[in-house]
Design a protein around this ligand. Structure first.
Ligand SMILES: C[S@@+](CC[C@H](N)C(=O)[O-])C[C@H]1O[C@@H](n2cnc3c(N)ncnc32)[C@H](O)[C@@H]1O
Length: 313
């Protein structure tokens, strides 16, 4: 192992459960759609052996190169791509690669959240950025300072499920008229002001839902997830005739961290199962044990769902 988990700055969630549902076998090909710091892939690699292969994708070029370095010493063939997972199927088709295992561990890595310069955290001062892909065009700062009040309120309400979205949007517009809102702590304070005395009663930080909504919007998280599932559905149909980027019998595992993502995954998996194009591996989402959540608080909100693409009859 070239770089261990402590150095990676990110603990992979539900690791044993991912291994259980994916059941990797020698010679198989893993497509890790969110390779991140390479933790899951590193644990899967020995089971694929020297005839196995890992193709990794990530929006964050820093994570892509870190994961590649981490996996350098694994027996199997590894290649990584700086790309959105919604674009992965097209690339796999072009390269003629067919997956036996697919993993999508959604959201962000701890290293991204913990770096104040990335602007994800309302606890430390930094630029209002929130791009998982630093080469992407739109930042949180642009959305906050250029959207009209109604669009802002809709965004915070839809993606953050924040009941005070209208009040918060009004406060943001009033504040930015005084001076553009450029930093995380100024936005967090603006949201706190909108909460007023409710801030004292709130169990979570008042800015939690607003920050989550902005991150989802900046990275078009739900749009990209739907686009990926369109490709999974197409590939599930093709798998029966031995074409496409998913092998018949391939196992797909998705880990989500908020209800909007989980809803999409649950509905898309159910639709595939209903049409007989996949079988459920998990009936209910698998969640972390108390012991794991104690060590890794991020695991507390993780939900793992898995399906198997139906083999031809
Ligand atoms: C929870 S981390 C993955 C951690 C990884 N499983 C590990 O063990 O180190 C999520 C990763 O997904 C990436 N990501 C999020 N949305 C993405 C997308 N649409 N396409 C590609 N990568 C994405 C993030 O940049 C982040 O590195």
């Amino acid at each position: 192992m070239a770089l261990d988990t402590a150095l990676s700055g990110h603990l992979p969630v539900l690791l044993d459960q991912v291994l259980d549902v994916l059941t990797p076998r020698p010679g198989e090909t893993l497509v890790d759609l969110t390779i991140g710091r390479g933790g899951h892939s590193e644990a899967i690699a020995p089971r694929l052996g020297s005839s196995g292969r890992i193709i990794g994708f990530d929006l964050d070029p820093g994570n892509v190169s870190f994961a590649l370095r981490r996996l350098r010493e694994s027996l199997c063939l590894v290649e990584t791509h700086h790309a959105n997972f919604a674009d992965a199927p097209a690339l796999l088709r072009r390269l003629g690669i067919r997956a036996d295992l697919v993993l999508a561990d959604l959201g962000f890595a701890s290293t991204q959240m913990d770096d104040p310069q990335r602007g994800f955290s309302f606890r430390s001062e930094g630029p209002l950025d929130m791009r998982l892909d630093p080469t992407a065009r739109v930042t949180a700062e642009q959305i906050i300072n250029t959207s009209n009040e109604r669009d802002l309120a809709d965004l915070i309400h839809r993606y953050g499920e924040e009941p005070l979205a209208r009040k918060i949007a009004r406060q943001i517009v009033a504040e930015r008229e005084r001076q553009p809102i450029l930093t995380t702590l100024r936005l967090a304070e603006t949201v706190r002001q909108a909460y007023g005395s409710r801030a004292m009663r709130s169990r979570m930080h008042p800015a939690t839902k607003t920050f989550m909504a902005l991150r989802i919007a900046v990275n078009d998280e739900l749009g990209r997830l739907e686009a990926l599932w369109d490709e999974v559905e197409r590939a599930a149909q093709e798998a029966c005739s031995g074409s496409g980027w998913l092998n018949a019998g391939s196992r797909l595992a998705f880990i989500s961290f908020h209800s909007l993502e989980d809803r999409i995954i649950k509905q898309r998996m159910a639709a595939l199962a209903k049409r007989g194009e996949a079988q459920r591996i998990t009936r209910k989402p698998i969640t972390a044990s108390e012991a794991e959540a104690d060590v890794n608080p991020r695991a507390r909100s993780a939900k793992l769902r898995a399906i198997r693409i139906a083999p031809p009859h």
